[in-house]
Design a protein around this ligand. Structure first.
Ligand code: RIB
Length: 294
């Protein structure tokens, strides 16, 4: 079984700040780090670090070649990452003294993927394979339709959530990975709705899809048909929550692909995400499988 991550590759610029900048305010940052990110690339890295055979598809400019080198060092196949004469996606990340973040995205190559690139990439995959998608590229709907035609399983992380999500062919998804904000929005519930209520609503709304709801300090919830499970985080000091959800998604998919039970997969993915938040950065913070048993 091959896993294709069709998604974003970003250069993350992490500004360490006292607080997230307010409207009209100018503040200084005490440190600036440039690192590898993008929800798609992070999830590909997580899957690969968890031991899966992973293929990344997307688009970068010349400034993003270091992202490919890093992904390849984790064992990710990058032949389906196109290159163009322009900028790679960028994420301006403010990380405050309480380890909260705020992110501004510039899409760059992530928004310039063509139908031909989608079709060519999907033609290399077939029944039994998995495609993992997020919401940082321009062709998510096309990938979903083409993947369904070719018999792939479709796992969607609708993040970052925006109006565009409602226009996707959501009925084609076999699993949704959502946090409480995305989950509440997809379920048409107010923000702050309790996790179990969000879960039940999504299970009812998407009866053919597995629902995986990440809940920060409260761990993660799973719902499908009559099955309900819960996983817990491990208590580690928080350094940076960036890419916690991406780490969770990769490790959960890898665990299930290896036939672990839902409960075991939740525990495994929660542990990986807990380790990731105890470190700074996105892709670099994701643990390798070997570190999971320390
Ligand atoms: O999920 C974390 C990622 O979101 C960051 O790496 C940043 O690039 C944004 O896409």
């Amino acid at each position: 079984m091959k896993v294709l991550v069709f998604g974003s590759l970003n250069i993350d610029l992490i500004f360490s700040v006292d607080h997230i900048v307010r409207p009209g305010e100018t503040i200084s940052s005490s440190a600036l780090e440039k690192s590898a990110g993008g929800k798609g690339a992070n999830q590909a890295a997580s899957l690969a670090k968890a031991g899966m055979d992973v293929y990344m598809a997307g688009k970068i400019g010349g400034d993003g070649k270091f992202l490919l080198e890093l992904l390849e060092s984790y064992g990710v196949h990058t032949d389906h990452v196109a290159q163009y004469e322009g900028a790679t996606g960028q994420a301006l990340i403010q990380l405050d003294k309480n380890r909260q973040n705020a992110i501004v995205l510039f899409s760059g190559g992530n928004a310039l993927i063509t139908d031909d690139e989608v079709n060519h990439t999907l033609s290399q995959f077939g029944p039994g394979d998995i495609v993992v998608l997020q919401n940082e590229i321009n062709c998510t709907a096309e990938v979903m339709r083409e993947a369904k035609k070719r018999g792939l399983k479709i796992y969607l992380n609708p993040s970052p959530y925006n109006e565009g999500i409602t226009k996707l062919p959501l009925d084609l998804a076999d699993a949704f990975f959502v946090n409480e904000i995305e989950g509440a929005a997809m379920a048409d519930l107010p923000q702050g709705t309790p996790f179990p209520v969000i879960l039940e609503s999504l299970v009812k709304k998407f009866p053919h899809a597995e629902i995986i709801l990440t809940a920060g300090k409260d761990g993660a919830f799973y719902g499908f048909d009559t099955i309900r499970e819960k996983g817990d985080i491990i208590d580690l000091p928080v350094a940076d929550t960036t890419a916690a959800g991406d780490t969770f998604t990769g490790y959960f998919i890898a665990a299930r692909a290896r036939s672990l039970s839902v409960r075991e997969a939740l525990a495994f993915a929660c542990k990986a995400a807990s380790i990731a938040v105890s470190r700074r950065g996105a892709m670099a913070s994701i643990p390798f499988a070997g570190e999971m048993f320390d």
